[in-house]
Design a protein around this ligand. Structure first.
Ligand code: GCB
Length: 600
């Protein structure tokens, strides 16, 4: 047998602001092969084809066709079915609805570069969960983590015609992965976000940061990271509307800068001012739209542009409820954020993993503050080095993609994780990473409350990871998972931290159109009553500075099996999967109208 190559290829440094680069979209129809036994990846001795010097033509990534009628080839992408990419496989194909395993995708394309010295990259918005990527039969690398972008350089492999890009996607849930085996959302598999070819000059702008400096309302500071040079060269940051044209000197490929302007109009939910920003080198001019705002905490206050604010929020999954599919497009983002605006929100919690970039950019445009989260959810294996590495990588990718977006004010590192020494250390490492990557935003996590010993009417929030956070948030479901809605306003809250507090979740399931008394589970009246009672309770929570009830719309979850009611859906949405608002939508809307009036 051929020797096994021990090289383990991973994704390369991320290119940011993909939408404004010179790109060719590979969206469209891709052929696919369902491969539950991974026949296209392993030979019959279970040796991976891609770790052998000369991969066999049996390997699916070779996209092989018989050379004559005698040759044995047991797969054929040409004759295989097709599906739309981007798009999850579960919602597109009946037979893949519950599928968890491997599917191979292939897309053929021609490509003419603008000039011979140009460099080309293939960029994936996200693949859930594990992607092995091959171009023209050569492995580019591996990426794990279903909600963050990655790219590979393909300059030397690309040819003018008949390229074939093959991606092995595996969405098997694993105990040492992030998220782990158990979640309350659908494990949508596939190439769920855009795939793009990006063409760049030989020295190109890979990444940059252009944001207000921490603590300042008039100093813009950041960096520009070039790729392809180690020498010195000038880079220019331009903001035409402010007549700013600042030249910085890059050495070893990186330039840092800082400049002051007295008349910056600050980004806020009321006036989401975005400035056109250009980053220019002698080879390239890259455009972006960037808002400038400051965010900080002061004791129990969250302070935006120098003013204390209350976050009128709603939690959202990255799903289009009406299609029952993973969201990815601008149109999907517009649906969710228009509803959030209608509800009176100035803030959204994008749970429980990084959402697609369109919704973040749309939040920037529409004026919605954002909580962004990584899927460190429930029972992650906190002793696993692999889990920690994955969480860190996902955090780095999400932050690299989004740290120029004014809308994002909070990075959240976890949701409902059980306190322990191992978990504490795991989260501390993530918190440290956030602070070293981005000192300008706030760090939080959705924690849990607990009963005071012997007295469930007193609720304690004292998880000691709260000491490390800027904002303490917690989820609670009094009146749904325990007790009655009327218990909520009677609770006494004891919160150990002199920090802003967010109730990051509360809610109840209701099947839209099902009516009854307010004590009857699953009815709109029960959900409405629970909202009324919880809103009364919110008045008793010390230092409360925001809420993001669970959740904007019903969402698919394999845990939710009750026939006739759930049918595979978590029904805690304020809006049904047909897009119809339930009664509680209007209860929350009234609360937010009142909050907005009081804050003026
Ligand atoms: C939670 C979780 C969320 C669930 C929700 C529920 O606490 O954070 O992911 O979907 O409760 O409906 O039970």
């Amino acid at each position: 047998m051929t020797a096994v190559l021990s090289v383990w290829l991973h994704a390369e440094p991320l290119l940011t602001n993909v939408a404004n680069r010179q790109t060719l979209s590979l969206a469209g129809t891709w052929s696919y092969i369902i491969d539950p036994y991974e026949t296209g990846y392993f030979n019959y001795r279970r040796e991976p084809y891609d770790q052998q010097k000369e991969p066999s033509t049996s390997a699916y990534f070779m996209n092989h066709h018989p050379r004559d009628k005698a040759e044995l080839v047991e797969y054929d992408f040409e004759k295989s079915p097709t599906m739309a990419i981007p798009g999850d496989w579960n919602s597109q194909k009946e037979n893949l609805s519950f599928y968890e395993g491997t599917v191979w995708f292939r897309r053929s394309f021609d490509y003419a570069k603008r000039a011979p010295d140009r460099r080309v990259f293939v960029h994936f918005g996200a693949v859930n969960t594990r992607a092995e990527v091959y171009l023209n039969g050569v492995k580019l690398g591996v990426h794990e983590g279903g909600f963050t972008p990655f790219n590979f350089e393909v300059t030397s492999l690309l040819r003018p015609a008949n390229n074939f890009l093959v991606v092995k996607v595996d969405n098997t849930r694993r105990a040492d992965a992030v998220p782990t085996t158990s979640t309350d959302w659908w494990n949508y598999g596939g190439i769920t976000r855009e795939v793009t070819l990006i063409e760049e000059p030989s020295t190109y702008i890979r990444d940059y940061l252009v944001q207000l400096k921490k603590g300042s309302l008039n100093t813009i500071a950041g960096f520009i990271q070039l790729d392809g040079t180690r020498g010195e060269e000038d880079v220019v940051v331009e903001i035409p509307a402010l007549a700013i044209k600042h030249t910085a000197r890059a050495s070893s490929g990186k330039a840092t800068f800082e400049f002051t302007h007295e008349k910056i109009e600050h980004w806020s939910p009321e006036r989401p001012r975005l400035y056109e920003v250009f980053v220019t080198t002698q080879h390239q001019r890259l455009r972006d739209e960037i808002g400038f705002r400051s965010i900080s905490v002061d004791g129990p206050n969250i302070v935006l542009n120098g003013k204390s604010i209350f976050l009128r929020g709603i939690s959202i999954h990255d799903e289009n409820a009406q299609r029952g599919a993973r969201a990815f497009s601008e149109a999907d983002a517009l649906v969710s954020l228009t509803w959030a605006k209608e509800l009176g929100c100035n803030y959204v919690r994008l749970a429980h993993y990084p959402h697609n970039e369109n919704i973040i950019r749309m939040a920037d445009k529409m004026g919605l503050l954002v909580w962004e989260e990584i899927p460190v959810y429930w029972t992650v294996d906190f002793l696993s080095a692999a889990a920690l590495a994955s969480a860190k990588a996902q955090l780095a990718e999400a932050m690299t993609r989004d740290r120029n977006r004014a809308s994002i004010i909070i990075w959240s590192v976890a949701n409902e994780t059980p306190p322990s020494e191992a978990r504490h250390e795991f989260l501390r490492q993530l918190i440290r990473q956030v602070r070293s990557f981005d000192s300008t935003r706030l760090v939080s996590a959705a924690l849990e409350r607990r009963d005071a010993p012997g007295d469930p009417t007193t609720q304690l929030l004292d998880d000691r990871i709260g000491d490390e956070l800027d904002v303490v948030a917690f989820n609670q479901y009094i009146g749904w998972y325990g007790g009655k809605p009327e218990d909520a306003p009677k609770v006494k809250w004891v919160i150990r931290f002199n920090k802003p507090v967010i109730v990051s979740e509360f809610g109840a399931d209701a099947l839209q159109g099902l009516h009854g008394s307010r004590d009857e589970r699953w009815t709109e009246e029960y959900q409405e009553h629970l909202y009324e009672q919880t809103i009364l309770m919110l008045g008793n929570i010390p230092n409360l500075r925001g809420v993001s009830p669970w959740i904007l719309a019903d969402f698919r979850s394999p845990r939710r099996v009750l026939p006739g009611i759930q049918d595979g859906w978590n029904r805690k949405g304020l809006i049904s999967n047909r897009g119809i608002k339930k009664k509680a939508f209007f209860t929350l809307k009234r609360y937010y109208e009142e909050k907005a009036r009081l804050s003026q």
